[in-house]
Design a protein around this ligand. Sequence first.
Ligand code: ASP
Ligand code: MG
Length: 456
Amino acid sequence: MSYNVLKFGGSNLKQKDDILRIVNVIGKYDASLVIVVSAFYGVTDILINAIEKVKNDESSIKELTDSLLALKKETLDEVIDNVTIREEIFEAVKTRVKKLKRYLQGVNFFGDTPAFVNDTILSYGERLSSLMLCEILKYFKIDAEEILPEELGLITDGEFLNATVDFSISAKNVKAAVKNKKIVIVPGFYGVSAEGKTTLLGRGGSDYSAAAIAKCINASSLDLFKDVDGFLTADPRYVKNPRRIETLSYMESAELSYFGAKILHPRTVEPLRQAGIPIRIYNIATVEDLSHPLTTIQRASNVHDDVIKSVTFSDDIGILKLKGAGIGNKPGILSKVTSAMDHSGINIKSVITSQTTINILIEMSQLKKSAELVKSLDIHSVSEIIAEDDISVIAAVGNGIMEKVGLAGRIFTAVSLKGINIEIISVGASPVAAYFIVKKTDRAATIRAIHDEYVK
Ligand code: ASP
Ligand code: MG
């Protein structure tokens, strides 16, 4: 049996029209479907804030659950005309919210949230979405069935907040669970540990859930529905008339999303690459013909002359600079620093060393903490520690960037000619990307310089 896996994100779940669009899209398929859904827009953030509040404020439990119920009721009122059916669905929603309420009461009672309780509570945004969507589809005569990740047997490595799917166990489970089913609805964002505990797959992780399921059942495609027009050659805020990119390789799309492009969660391609399952991206507001996705991500095609496909950037990264004479050559320093960071849960994006400086790129939210950590290590040969937060990482991405002799150097020159000072350039860490670190104030001009000269 062949399946398409579809994923609808929070941005597809904001208002009445969104639900009707989803119903319309599903009607376009002939094959069997597994549909993965995110929480309705903003609901995960609401739950995150609620957990904090609930710890020492019992009344906020009712506030939260009432407001969630009101949101769901509003959607049902808009979409379902039949009063009896509407009430039946609302009853089912209430039952699920009651469970959430009990977890929240536990948090309030203990004044604390153990990791497994935290992950369970945060999964309720998705659990409510999938229930709602499944029931609404049934109302529209689409024969859908909800299967939760714990019922699918989507097993993870058990790491809370940021788990990874264990395919050696999950593949056969998931295959068996969806066998002979026509339309299955699955809440995204979580799997379960071998002991059956809910483990989240990281913020924005529903894309990854969908990719993992697609891999488990060897789907013919993973179709992502967005509210934007696929991948573009650059951010339209900085470049006039960027173009849509029709095809990207797995690696190109992974690099673009790792350093900035918000359209795809960076982990999405990881499960699909080996199996060669294509990712097709559509704009839900305009999708007509499924055979014409806006962007398709697939195995690399041949390297052609117009190597650079897209320029992206991230402002969410800072640099921690460790300075010291000959520091780049001294054994042991880097490993000492990185293992300390690893222990403290600091996520290193990249490391670039020179003779006198070790530059560690770190998520902005962890920059200060990492500087303090390195200070506390009191490493003899580190004479100065600088945390720079006013930088932007610009990535030029394209298959073959490394094979094109001198390309990165030419880009460097093109940018310099605009009077921009590139602080660091990094080529070679990825075969499909070159990185340029500039001051934030130079971000827009750098993107334009690279885009206008090299993205054809
Ligand atoms: N709802 C989750 C989040 O906001 C997962 C997702 O949207 O993909 O992080
Ligand atoms: Mg998302």
